[in-house]
Design a binder for this molecule. Structure first.
Ligand SMILES: Nc1ncnc2c1ncn2[C@@H]1O[C@H](COP(=O)(O)OP(=O)(O)OP(=O)(O)O)[C@@H](O)[C@H]1O
Ligand SMILES: [Mg+2]
Length: 299
């Protein structure tokens, strides 16, 4: 059996904004995730990260390209229908903004237990409510939250409920779209360590989308960098951070704040000039497992 869990091939997604206006939100993006891997997707706002996530989760139907999940082409309607139940069970997403993803009329206990209930999964702790309480404690919320409605929670608490709900299914693939952006720093660290634990102990593969590069460096095995809908660089995390090749990646990494004020004051920041961006080309291997978007004639 192949060790590739997710194979994104030449994925493109175009939004039709009006009769004449189109937006290439994702443009010919290809990458793979191995089983048990944590893959980070970074890039500035609007670069297409969430659109990639939504295509992977069958929320958007891609304009072009295909996505194989365990060799199943999830973009093919018939294949998707055939494996629908398995795909719903094994893939979970945490949305960037969980407020809209939680049913406002359900209590927290029912929100967390709902996927287990739908898929008739026997809760390891016997009862669904006990399981919900257990999952909630993992994200730092006590049992007093079980009977609250989403409207009674803060944004960060709602996000943690969404995380507990996704983790309760013990997914094979967790797509986490900026899952911690709305959380306090101490809770952020707790959630990141929880993801690490789920990966190590339970084998979850995680697609982790983030702005915070220090979190990505700490958590991810490999990282992909997006810019204006293109994947411009992919490499193992240590390699990407020590040897960035694409000018956009170099600019992105040079903007990470350094805790030492003297070093921070004297460091050189790099800018990336949008006008110099070359969309054409292909991902070219520049070092083992390290790919950069380049025009073929530059090889
Ligand atoms: N439903 C939609 N309809 C039209 N355009 C959209 C839609 N969703 C996203 N876009 C546009 O597609 C592009 C990519 O958006 P996307 O949300 O994927 O970016 P992102 O990298 O996730 O950004 P952020 O870091 O701010 O979350 C943006 O230009 C955005 O305005
Ligand atoms: Mg997004």
């Amino acid at each position: 059996m192949s060790d590739i869990l997710l194979d994104v091939q030449h994925l493109s997604h175009v939004f039709k904004l009006s009769k004449h206006l189109r937006l290439n939100a994702v443009d010919d993006v290809s990458f793979q995730m191995k089983k048990g891997e944590i893959f980070g997707l970074v890039g500035e706002s609007g670069s297409g990260k969430s659109t990639v996530a939504r295509c992977i989760m069958n929320i958007y139907q891609p304009t072009a390209g295909k996505i194989l999940y365990n060799d199943i082409n999830v973009c093919d309607r018939r294949e998707f229908q055939k494996h629908h139940k398995m795909l719903e069970e094994r893939r979970q997403i945490i949305f960037q903004d969980s407020t809209s993803s939680l049913n406002q009329r359900m209590k927290v206990a029912d929100i967390i237990a709902e996927p287990m209930h739908i898929h008739r999964i026997k809760p390891p702790r016997g009862r669904l409510r006990a399981e919900a309480e257990f999952q909630l404690s993992y994200v730092g919320l006590d049992a007093s939250y079980l009977d609250k409605y989403p409207a009674e929670l803060s944004g960060g608490q709602r996000q943690r409920v969404a995380i507990a709900r996704a983790l309760s299914m013990e997914p094979e693939l967790l797509v986490a779209d900026e899952p911690i952006a709305s959380l306090d720093v101490s809770i952020q660290a707790q959630i990141i360590n929880l993801f690490k634990h789920c990966n190590k102990e339970h084998g979850f593969s995680i697609l982790f989308i983030a702005h915070d590069l220090s979190m990505v460096e700490y958590l991810c095995d490999r990282v992909g960098v997006m810019y204006h809908g293109k994947l411009v660089e992919v490499a193992p995390t240590a390699e990407l951070f020590s040897n960035p090749q694409h000018p956009y990646t170099q600019a992105l990494l040079s903007a990470i704040p350094i805790p030492d004020p003297i070093v921070e004051r004297n460091r050189k920041r790099m800018d990336f000039d949008e006008m110099t961006f070359e969309r054409e080309g292909a991902l070219t291997e520049v070092a083992p497992d390290h790919f950069v978007l380049r025009k073929e004639d530059r090889q």
